[in-house]
Design a protein around this ligand. Structure first.
Ligand SMILES: [Zn+2]
Length: 468
């Protein structure tokens, strides 16, 4: 009689339990937990406690809520009974984005519903799906074999969506507790549905809020219009000058950008890409053009070129408006910065831009918002090789190494606090998941594949890494 391997038994156990874990995921979505609502936030306590309960039920030990003064609660659990095996620090987050425009949701954000193979709900993919992948994979190993092939420390943060402002302090406070040989962060995207992907670069962020004031109060545009400057137009001009006519970010915001090496360029050109699909997935209106540097691939424009966006703009609402020159206008501007740029210097350049480019001598007030540097790692070494094998096995398709245009500010500091250990960035977002937007959803089939990959990953890393 042939004996099944522990890995086979864990995989079989996983298959039998996937639907139950999906039901648990739906329960987590039902709780909510918007971190933009400041502490004390009872919903985030409920959600942290719910994650702790799931971790404990999976067989993880010392499951508990960890509190840090002024921060939303963290959920933590561990399993450290594999002497001689490496230790993984698993990371996910249980907080969610605000719901956005409630009326745009086809079904309510906190009432999960499954349609066409996707689970809809706020947090369904970002990042409760990521959390549940590891809960399910750990449970499969522990239920089927009574053990994991690695030691595991599992941290689920409660304020990723507001910039993880306390995470470095949390890591320092718990440095010993969290010491590990490898970080597995499950909060990123796949290149496309069904394509397993490891993320090896992240863009950073430099943001400001600028207010342009022309008047102490709004005035009648007939009585006063002509000689008096309009702050909306003045601010709009300065905003328009953040890019050239091709939509390429102006030089001061590009300082330090590392040109792609020929190898990097070739790797980007090898990735599957279809411009029409890309535009359709983004929801770009017919006839609209892609912008930015024409001489680099679109993936380079997403991952290795800075991008600027006006993420908020305030003047007068159209409803209730009348013939007035408005007194002031405000905009929040964010630049995604890339490897080799200094995010602080890019923010300085934004400040200088608005100080000098707003016309007519209007009053300009600038607040500095987030800054975070980009992150880049070379996807080589035993941890990456192990992860590639695991992803390929879980998805039944070759794993791709990709970048991410978004920002996870703590990845660099995280790896550094842990002594420069490798960081594996995986996740189950896909181009249609609408993370952060209305009708966020999880592609359930990819979640199952990613969870199988996690079961493989523990086995692969257990073999590939030597504990320090
Ligand atoms: Zn996330």
């Amino acid at each position: 009689m042939s004996e099944e391997s522990p890995l086979d038994r864990a995989l079989a156990r996983l298959e039998a339990s996937l639907d139950g874990h999906l039901a648990d995921l739906a329960d987590l979505v039902r709780i909510g937990g918007i971190s933009a609502e400041p502490p004390p936030n009872p919903v985030l306590h409920d959600s942290a406690r719910a994650v702790v309960a799931l971790m404990a039920r999976a067989g993880l030990q010392n499951a508990r809520v960890l509190e840090l003064e002024g921060a939303h609660p963290y959920a933590y659990a561990e399993w450290l009974n594999a002497p001689g095996a490496p230790t993984l620090l698993l990371y996910g987050h249980h907080d969610v984005q605000p719901v956005g425009r409630e009326a745009k949701w086809v079904t309510p954000p906190f009432e999960p519903s499954v349609r066409d193979g996707r689970m809809y709900g706020r947090g369904a993919v970002d990042d409760k799906a990521g959390v549940m992948m590891h809960v399910a994979a750990c449970a499969a190993w522990l239920d089927a074999t009574g053990a994991l092939p690695v030691n595991v420390k599992f941290v689920v943060e409660g304020e990723e969506e507001i910039g993880s402002g306390n995470l470095e302090r949390f890591l320092q406070t718990h440095a010993e507790l969290l010491a590990a040989d490898c970080i597995v962060l499950t909060d990123t995207a796949n290149l496309d549905a069904g394509i397993p992907s490891l993320t090896a670069s992240l863009r950073g962020l430099a943001a400001v809020t600028v207010e342009v004031r022309a008047l102490r109060q709004p005035v009648h545009s007939g009585m006063w219009g002509g000689p008096l400057p309009d702050p909306v137009i003045a601010l709009s001009r300065a905003l328009g000058e953040l890019m050239d006519a091709d939509g390429q970010v102006i030089e001061p915001l590009r300082r330090g950008v590392a040109e792609l090496t020929p190898e990097e360029r070739e790797a980007l050109e090898r990735l599957p890409f279809d411009e029409a699909d890309f535009c359709a997935q983004a929801g770009l209106v017919p006839g609209a053009q892609l912008i930015g540097r024409r001489d680099v691939p679109v993936y380079a424009r997403l991952w290795r070129e800075p991008a600027v966006a006006v993420i908020a703009f305030e003047s007068r609402a159209i409803e209730g408006s009348s013939n007035q020159i408005i007194d002031s206008a405000r905009a929040r501007v964010s630049v995604r910065v890339v490897p080799n740029q200094d995010a602080r210097a890019v923010q300085d350049a934004l400040v200088a831009h608005f100080e000098t480019r707003v016309p007519f001598g209007l009053e300009v007030t600038i607040e500095r918002d987030e800054v975070a540097n980009a992150w880049l790692t070379s996807a080589v070494g035993p941890a990456f090789d192990a992860a590639r094998r695991a992803m390929t096995a879980g998805y039944g398709r070759d794993c791709e190494i990709i970048g991410c245009g978004g920002t996870i500010p703590f990845v660099g500091p995280f790896a550094k606090v842990l002594g420069g250990v490798p960081a594996l960035l995986t996740g189950v977002e896909d181009p249609l998941c609408h993370a952060h937007s209305e009708n966020e959803s999880l592609l359930i089939d990819d979640w199952k594949k990613g969870t199988r990959a996690a079961v493989h990953l523990y086995a692969e890393l257990g073999q590939a890494l030597t504990p320090r």
